[in-house]
Design a protein around this ligand. Sequence first.
Ligand code: TEU
Ligand code: CA
Length: 545
Amino acid sequence: MNKMWWKEAVVYQIYWRSFYDTNGDGYGDLQGVIEKLDYIKELGIDVIWLNPFYESPDRDNGYDISNYYEMMEKAGDMETFETLVKEIHARGLKVIMDLVVNHTSDQHPWFLESKSSKDNPKRDWYIWEDSKEGGAPSNWRSYFTPSTWKYDEGTSQYYFHSFAVEQPDLNWKNADLREEIYSMMRFWLDKGIDGFRMDVINLLAKQEGFPDAKNPTNIDYLANNPGIHEYLQEMNREVLQHYDAMTVGEIPFVTPEDGLLYVGEDRNELNTLFHFQVADEMPTWDMLRYKEIQRLWYEGLKNKGWNSQFLNNHDHTRQVTRYGNDGEYRVESAKLLATMIHTLPGTAYIFQGEEIGMTGVRLPSIEDYDDIAMKNKYKEEIAKGRDPQEVFESLLLLSRDNSRTPMQWNSQEQGGFTKGSPWIKVNPNYKEINVEQALSDKDSVFYYYKKLISLRRTHEVMVYGDYQDLSEKDENLYIYKRSYNGVKWLVLLNHSDIEQVASLPDDFQSDRKQLIIGNYSNKRSISSEVSITLQPYEARIYEVK
Ligand code: TEU
Ligand code: CA
């Protein structure tokens, strides 16, 4: 595979509104990111991904943009942004921004114009349809509401929205709109950013004629429609190929075969992608399914395209809570999941707070939550006559606010996140789990991440190595090899809360094997020549040359 900086990178995602508040308004801000850059640098990452900070009414936390060229006041001003980029680069790091171009806010001037009359020049920048048989144009569901269609009294037509009613979808068939988006992308790249994380980028093209779905609850009709690859190739030709930019597409509802169409190196579309097979198919840990997903993606992209590895982000519950053990084995399982993500093939992602083992949250009542996806679903279910408490509890595990609670910096009030009152409650466990604590403990999750990341600098096998699963049928153990230019790694993971015996493959039975990293400091487990007993949530990496 061609070597590329973005393949070797570890990306740190900053959900800035929950990162660090410098002016006491309860929201994190870009100045807060600047002030914490030395902390991030200390961790050793390469690239920072910033969630959207464009001007926005903030109904979906910045994913409803009303001006692509201005900053959200809460985040800071353009000067602060420019300083941030400069400070990031001064530390040898890169920065990618969220690009949200499937939809805008319903307050964007383009939409206000589009909505104003049927013959407005911007009418065609959004998707307008007549009613069908007295109702909506199709039976489709959106991500956040029961219908993708919203009736507009003023012009007696429906507009299309894949997400909230306040997020009308843009019409990518319109060439003027596309040109406007491309110049906006150039504007930010010319400011020196190093690429984009592209929000639901495989949703841009819509199905011709909006045919009713047989099963409207399976919303995959929103994605991967004819025309999408022409748009992305055009975007690449017009914009991306002129910069050394990293692009990672957020691509839900995709198999490895379709995924390759987006990231194939001969396709001239995107560098890499987030697929959601794990997030969508595994509400809780499922070892056999996880290994199968890894195998299929590895085989599907091998030598042709590049994957991304992550288990959580601002939309998905913190990994130690969802896929590890956030009680007795919080530290061990956080380190085990890190070992896995950083040694599987693909670019590795860390979501802020993951590096100190932050956990998901259970706030007392629906009033304490902010997530529009959760709140809309709550209203929808209550309207059906369901019991409010039962609905509330059913939404807790996957509420997006699990990952959105403030970063826990220290044991002071509000976890040191703000001097004011935070926009969302701090997880009550901040007194035990916080950055200050992590930095003062040499066995902390933080220092384990730091070591894993630094290994990536010196061990190409971690990035470019072939991958071979030796444990396909084991429900607790995940054991795999990576090999590259004569260097072989064996990764041993015990994803369970009891001891497990792992057998060693022939080439790792000799005592020439060297322990590269492990998450237990007391190696009380008995090792024989042919097997190793792994303690609960134990992870080890061995090397032979
Ligand atoms: O998320 C889209 C979204 O809902 C999916 O990524 C979802 O996580 C995936 O399909 C797996 O279920 C993006 C943003 O990340 C999110 O915060 C926004 O609300 C949304 O787009 C709308 O812009
Ligand atoms: Ca602030």
